[in-house]
Design a protein around this ligand. Structure first.
Ligand code: ATP
Ligand code: MG
Length: 330
C-alpha cells in the first residue's frame, strides 16, 4: 500500500471549512487506499507566539476533531508531532540542506512575516518548510493531501528529498502533493480574494462555533451587485466560492446548482447553504464533545499513534544520521 502523510496545526481552536474541503476530506478517504499517518503538528504552532495552556488544549481539541471527522485510529496512525522527537531531529539536517534564499522565497513566510510586527518574526517561521519536509520524508511518504496554499512547501520537500538522495544515496521517497481539483482553495467569506485561514479570522466558517453563527456568516458573505447565480471566479468570486462550497458539501455539480437556482436570489442560495452547514456540523460537534469527555482514552489513542509513528521515524532517522556521517550513538 502506498503511504500517505499529512498534518494540521492546533494553532486556533477550531478547524474550518477550508481545512476540511482542501485537505481533511482527502485524509478520510485515503485511509481506504493508503497506509495513513496523520499528525497534529504542534511544533509548527509555536512558530508564532502561543500560550502554553491554550496550545495543550488546542492539541487535544484538534485530535478530537480529527477523530470526530472520521479518522479511524485503528486504520490510521494518528499522533502528535512533538511526541516523536525524530521530526525535530530530521528537520535540523534538512535545514542545513536548504538555501537561505530558497527558504526566503516561500510565500507563506513572506505573508505571515509581513503580517506581524517585525520584532515578532521568529527564525522558526522561516525554517517551517524544512520541518514540514521532515514530517513528510520521515515516513517515506508517497502522497500528501493538502490545500493549494501548501503546493510550494511540497515542492520544496520534493527538492530536499532529491537533493539528499543524490548527495548521500537514495533514502527518501519523493512525495507527490495530493491537491483537490475543485476545492483546493476555499476563500474567506468576507474577503473572497484571500484564502479562508485559521490565523486571519474574518469570514471563516469554524466547525466548533455555534452553527447558527456559521449560518449567519454565510448569509452575510460578500457577493456582488448582480442577481445572477453563476460560477465565474474572476467576476463573481463571492458567489463562485459559495457555489464551490455548496457543491462540495452536497455532491451536486455546480452546473446543477446554477440551473436549480435560476431565477432565485442570492438570499435563497445563502440560506440553503447555511442549512447544509448546520446539518453537517451539528452531529460533528456532538462527536467531538464525546471524545473530549474522555481525555484518558484520547491521550491513549495519541500515545499508541506516537509509538507506531516512532517505529518508522526512528528507522529513517538512523539511516539519515549514518549517511550524513554522524557516529553511531552505541
Ligand atoms: P494558518 O492560516 O494559520 O496557516 P490554516 O487555516 O492554513 O492556518 P493549517 O493547519 O495551516 O490551517 O492547514 C491545514 C490544511 O488545510 C493544509 O493542508 C492547508 O493546505 C489546508 N487549508 C487551509 N486553508 C485552506 C483553504 N482556505 N482552502 C483549502 N485548503 C486549506
Ligand atoms: Mg496554513
Amino acid at each position: 500500500r502506498p503511504r500517505v502523510f499529512s498534518g494540521i496545526q492546533p494553532t486556533a481552536g477550531s478547524f474550518h471549512l477550508g481545512n476540511y474541503l482542501g485537505a481533511l476530506r482527502n485524509w478520510i478517504t485515503m485511509q481506504d487506499t493508503h497506509d495513513a499517518f496523520y499528525c497534529v503538528v504542534d511544533l509548527h504552532s509555536i512558530t508564532v507566539a502561543m500560550d502554553p495552556e491554550e496550545l495543550r488544549n488546542n492539541t487535544r481539541y484538534a485530535a478530537a476533531q480529527l477523530l470526530a471527522m472520521g479518522i479511524d485510529p485503528e486504520r490510521s496512525t494518528l499522533f502528535v508531532q512533538s511526541h516523536v522527537a525524530e521530526h525535530a531531529q530530521l528537520s535540523w539536517v534538512l535545514e542545513c540542506m536548504t538555501g537561505f534564499g530558497e527558504a526566503g522565497r516561500m510565500t507563506q513566510f513572506k505573508d505571515k512575516s509581513s503580517r506581524q510586527e517585525e520584532e515578532h518574526v521568529s527564525v522558526g517561521l522561516f525554517t517551517y518548510p524544512a520541518l514540514m519536509a521532515a514530517d513528510i520524508l520521515l515516513y517515506r511518504t508517497d502522497a500528501v493531501p493538502v490545500g493549494e496554499d501548501q503546493r510550494q512547501h511540497l515542492e520544496l520537500s520534493r527538492t530536499l528529498a532529491q537533493r539528499f538522495n543524490s548527495r548521500f544515496g537514495s533514502i527518501f521517497v519523493v512525495p507527490d502533493a495530493h491537491i483537490p481539483q475543485d476545492t483546493a482553495k476555499i476563500f474567506d467569506l468576507q474577503a473572497p480574494g484571500s484564502k479562508m485561514s485559521k490565523s486571519v479570522p474574518s469570514g471563516v466558517v469554524e466547525f466548533m462555533e455555534d452553527p447558527k453563527r456559521s449560518a449567519k456568516k454565510i448569509r452575510s458573505a460578500v457577493t456582488d451587485n448582480e442577481r445572477e447565480i453563476r460560477y465565474d471566479p474572476d467576476d463573481k468570486p463571492g458567489i463562485s466560492n459559495l457555489l464551490v462550497i455548496y457543491s462540495a458539501m452536497t455532491g451536486r455539480s455546480i452546473a446543477e446548482l446554477e440551473s436549480d437556482y435560476e431565477g432565485h436570489g442570492y438570499g435563497d442560495l445563502k440560506k440553503n447553504l447555511g442549512e447544509v452547514i448546520v446539518d453537517f456540523v451539528t452531529p460533528f460537534q456532538t462527536r467531538v464533545q464525546e471524545y473530549l469527555d474522555d481525555p484518558v482514552e484520547l491521550d491513549k489513542i495519541l500515545r499508541r499513534g506516537a509509538e507506531r509513528a516512532r517505529t518508522t521515524a526512528s528507522e529513517t532517522l538512523r539511516t539519515v544520521f549514518d549517511r550524513v556521517g554522524f557516529l553511531p550513538p552505541a
